[in-house]
Design a protein around this ligand. Structure first.
Ligand SMILES: NC(=O)c1ccc[n+]([C@@H]2O[C@H](COP(=O)([O-])OP(=O)(O)OC[C@H]3O[C@@H](n4cnc5c(N)ncnc54)[C@H](OP(=O)(O)O)[C@@H]3O)[C@@H](O)[C@H]2O)c1
Length: 254
């Protein structure tokens, strides 16, 4: 399976690449904006790096061509002198959706945030709400994952918490009544593996060929049912077999 990741040098991207590095069944195109980011990226067989410019649609489309799924991670939690919520969260998503459409990418995954809402007075939530709307209205099969603040090595949220905790006095969100339930970025990475479920729904009731990790021969049969753990396949009269998402590396019409 070919997977493209935008913002591959982000905190989430770095951890996702490490999770994918051991997989021989997934070829990754890791998209970054700068040569510096490309050089610093986790190198492994099966991971190729592409330098993209979100304003250069042709180049972006070429980078995403052939991907069975695009995981769109480019986006920010905090604005900086060089990136605003509008450019990073909205404009980049618009560019990626457009490139996915032109490249015929069959599935796009957006990492959004709890509270995302295009009408929110909070600028971050508003920008992620707009990004969600761009993806949802694109007509592309899409998965939007809303996460709380993510904690993990090198994550912006983790740095902000450490910084706040090191201050002599700390401003409490919502006067101390705002509760936050962070998510470990490793858990997010694992959850993305479950996206197979979303992909498989389109095949329910149809004959499929499932590629299985470390197996030379696919499992073929009719996709009877989907559960939270895996797929139930009727093997052409030879009985039913359950295939866990964690063993799955591809699904195609047979
Ligand atoms: N961190 C969280 O707690 C959290 C919570 C909810 C959702 N999310 C979402 O999860 C995704 C990854 O977050 P993260 O914290 O891992 O990100 P991050 O470490 O802050 O990395 C930001 C990424 O976005 C790229 N980027 C920045 N400005 C851009 C622009 N104007 N156009 C295109 N790309 C731009 C960066 O590329 P350069 O290095 O080239 O600048 C980098 O790849 C984002 O979409 C974020 O909104 C994060």
């Amino acid at each position: 399976m070919n997977l493209a990741i935008t913002g591959a040098n982000s905190g989430v991207g770095n951890i996702l690449l490490r999770h994918l590095a051991g997989r021989t069944d997934i070829q990754v195109v890791a998209c970054v904006r700068s040569a510096g980011a490309a050089a610093a990226l986790h190198a492994a067989p099966g991971i190729s790096v592409r330098q993209v410019d979100y304003d250069d649609r042709d180049r972006l489309t070429a980078a995403l061509q052939g991907a069975a799924c695009v995981v769109h991670l480019a986006g920010i939690l905090f604005e900086s002198a060089s990136s605003t919520y509008q450019t990073a969260n909205v404009d980049a998503t618009e560019a990626v959706v457009d490139a996915c459409r032109k490249a015929g990418v069959p599935h796009i995954v957006l990492i959004s945030v709890l509270g995302a809402d295009p009408g929110s007075p909070n600028r971050f939530w508003r920008s992620k709400g707009r990004a969600e709307r761009l993806v949802a209205e694109s007509g592309l099969p899409a998965t939007i994952i809303r996460t709380p603040i993510l904690l993990g090595p090198g994550m912006a949220g983790a740095r902000a918490v450490v910084h706040a905790a090191s201050q002599r006095s700390v401003a409490l969100l919502g006067g101390g009544r705002h509760s936050v339930r962070p998510l470990d970025v490793d858990d997010l990475s694992r959850a993305m593996a479950k996206l197979w479920m979303g992909e498989a729904i389109a095949y329910k009731g149809r004959r499929v060929a499932l590629s299985i990790m470390n197996a030379r021969v696919p499992i073929t049969g009719t996709l009877v049912d989907l559960t939270h753990d895996g797929l139930l396949i009727d093997q052409d009269g030879a009985g039913q077999v359950a295939v866990s998402y964690s063993r799955l590396s591809g699904i195609d019409a047979a």
